[in-house]
Design a protein around this ligand. Structure first.
Ligand code: ATP
Length: 253
């Protein structure tokens, strides 16, 4: 089965596409079986949020775009779920904001690192980091701590979609600006982020790219103002409110 076999008028179209891509990712050795569980958790939150980009997530995506454009050394971290769900979209975003792509896996194996790097290259990436693994995130156990010295270790702004909470917290301690995409506003990753985007990675990555395209010719001062005015706590509260108010049933936020 391919994405094209899923009828576009199906009421759960996006969720079926997501499941299918994750399943295909597992079959191709890109996504771990743990990744299937993470997807299930995400899907439940997406359902509660109405399977749409809520207004506060759109504002977060805009702030993320401004951060990435202002950054000296932005890096986009790619794990098995991101590689299965949005390989072309993450390569596009890297192009627009001139960021590096770095593969980072919770369950790191050489085969999976290679499969993901190959898939990103097939989607147009010229350079993929993460394979050198010549630096460490302090405070984490060996495999999970591996990063590239000239990648995430040297970055000033990092986008970590669907990051494990422990590693997100350790990265935040390194003093980097951390942008997290996570459907669960209560997850540790979302809570430690400077910019939590509570949205499906499927919608959020192209949305950040759209904002970056719109903002890239704007003066620095304007981008700095967007960054300054963004409040992560407000964004998390708005997402929690959307869930509590039953935004899956109507448009209240
Ligand atoms: P915590 O951050 O609280 O420690 P965790 O590290 O245990 O949580 P994982 O299960 O490793 O979390 O990561 C999965 C996270 O990714 C969940 O919070 C889930 O909501 C989120 N997630 C899964 N699929 C998607 C998706 N398609 N888009 C955005 N977020 C997703």
């Amino acid at each position: 089965m391919t994405d094209a076999d899923i009828p576009e008028d199906h009421p759960r179209y996006e969720s079926l596409v997501t499941r299918h891509r994750i399943e295909a990712g597992v079959e191709r050795g890109i996504t771990s079986r743990q990744g299937l569980i993470a997807q299930g958790r995400g899907e439940a939150f997406d359902y509660l949020l109405g399977e749409r980009t809520i207004e506060s997530a759109d504002r977060a995506a805009r702030a993320a775009a401004a951060h990435l454009l202002l950054a000296e050394r932005p890096v986009l971290s790619v794990n098995g779920n991101v590689a299965a769900l949005v390989p072309g979209e993450i390569v596009d975003l890297a192009d627009v904001v001139d960021a590096d792509l770095e593969v980072n896996l919770f369950n790191r194996t050489d085969e999976r690192m290679q499969a993901i790097a190959d898939s990103l290259r097939e989607h147009g990436a010229t350079e993929v980091k993460g394979l050198a693994a010549d630096a460490r995130i302090p405070g984490l156990s060996h495999e999970r701590a591996k990063i590239d010295a000239d990648g995430i270790a040297a970055a000033d702004v990092v986008l970590v979609p669907l990051e494990d909470g422990d590693r997100a917290a350790a990265l935040a301690k390194l003093g980097k600006v951390e942008i997290v995409i996570d459907l669960n506003p209560g997850s540790r990753s979302a809570r430690v982020a400077d910019v939590p985007i509570v949205d499906n990675v499927l919608r959020a990555v192209p949305n950040v790219t759209r904002h970056a395209r719109a903002l890239r010719d704007r003066p620095r001062a304007e981008l700095e103002a967007i960054v300054r005015e963004f409040d992560p706590d407000d964004a998390l509260e708005a997402a929690e409110r959307a869930i509590r108010n039953g935004s899956f049933a109507d448009d209240r936020e």
